[in-house]
Design a protein around this ligand. Structure first.
Ligand code: SAM
Length: 321
């Protein structure tokens, strides 16, 4: 068991299956850059071995597959098969939805029970401006299929002052009408936003978006799990929504997350460039591998920020948000 002085422990593992993405969202990637897979991406066997050691060492309760765009990876199906014997209590996925319709049956067969779809706007022009890739209608179709399947679904929206702040209420209504929980994610100072004034030009706070919502709806705070990243609200008779308020209401003190990148690095904290290479230890005998993993997970726990998210130059797509 790994526990730090704030009683934080690892419960949730995020695995970035590939750093490649078919979008190049303005807040994630600098202008003109493309999102390519890591030069030395781990093999499926390495991914599974890494997850297996982490699960045995840290007692992970939830694994979230992310990226890059995880549904782009040709390792997805084999990875899902390899996860089965590990009996991880909850399998989740975060996706931009471009391949959701095609991949949904395989995901459900493999036991993925929660899917978060990232969608920042319902306006096709804004969609192109923000995502710089993909097709809005394809995402909406994927969401419809996911709703029909009964999988637990959430939508993630990053509100941006200049690009989609006017979508805060329409996106909420879209989700409420479909019984989906919307999660607004406050913009984070990651990657190219960690420096310069790009962050402040686009940051749209929890207060700003709640003010917009209150012009239309009455809402009240509601319960969220202890280590949830979201502040949750209920609109009586309509449904719930959440805000992941990295800036306005930091949640570092209850962080239970651990991240594994496709290039074989462990990150204890999103807000820290420190990372720990593990691909080497994956070929060791099990006992030795576990001992090395134990040391790395102990060190990674020390990387967590004490109080709040201070921002980092690490690009989100490398470690999956
Ligand atoms: N491609 C997948 C997707 O779009 O959901 C998974 C990876 S993406 C990096 C995961 C989440 O991180 C997305 O919801 C995205 O909007 C969010 N994200 C990326 N950069 C961000 C930033 N600087 N601030 C806040 N959220 C960010």
């Amino acid at each position: 068991m790994y526990q730090d002085p704030y009683q934080r422990r690892y419960r949730k593992l995020r695995v970035s299956l590939t750093a490649a993405c078919n979008y190049a969202c303005t807040y994630c990637v600098p202008d003109g850059k493309k999102l390519l897979k890591a030069k030395h991406e781990m093999s499926v066997e390495q991914f599974i071995q890494a997850v297996s050691l982490i699960v045995e060492s840290a007692g992970i309760e939830q694994l979230r597959i992310t990226g890059g765009e995880p549904l782009l990876s040709n390792k997805l199906e084999a990875f899902l098969v390899g996860l089965k014997p590990l009996n991880i209590p909850e399998l989740c996925l975060t996706t931009n939805g471009q391949f959701l319709e095609q991949k949904l049956p395989a995901l459900l067969d493999a036991g993925v029970s929660r899917i978060n779809v990232s969608l920042d706007t319902l306006d096709p022009v804004r969609f192109k401006e923000i995502c710089r890739g993909g097709d809005l209608n394809v995402v909406l179709r994927g969401i419809d299929r996911a709703i029909e399947s009964g999988v637990k679904l959430k939508i993630n929206m990053v509100p941006l002052k200049q690009h989609n702040a006017d979508q805060v209420v329409p996106m909420l209504e879209y989700c409420l009408e479909r019984g989906i929980e919307l999660r607004y994610i406050e913009l984070m100072k990651m990657g190219h936003l960690a420096q310069g004034d790009g962050f402040l030009q686009e940051f749209w706070s929890m207060k700003s978006l709640l003010d917009q919502i209150s012009e239309r709806y009455d809402y009240a705070p509601t319960q969220a799990p202890v280590d949830s990243t979201a502040v949750r609200f209920q609109i009586p008779g309509k449904g719930e929504f959440g805000v992941i308020a990295n800036e306005s209401k930091p949640f570092c003190r209850s962080c239970s997350r651990l991240r594994l990148s496709s290039a074989g690095f462990i990150y204890g904290c999103l807000s820290n460039t420190r990372r720990h290479y593990i691909a080497d230890l994956l070929s060791l005998e099990r006992d030795k591998g576990l001992a090395s993993m134990h040391q790395i997970l102990t060190n990674a726990m020390k990387d967590k920020q004490d109080l709040n998210f201070t921002g980092e130059t690490t690009v989100m797509k490398m470690i999956g948000g």
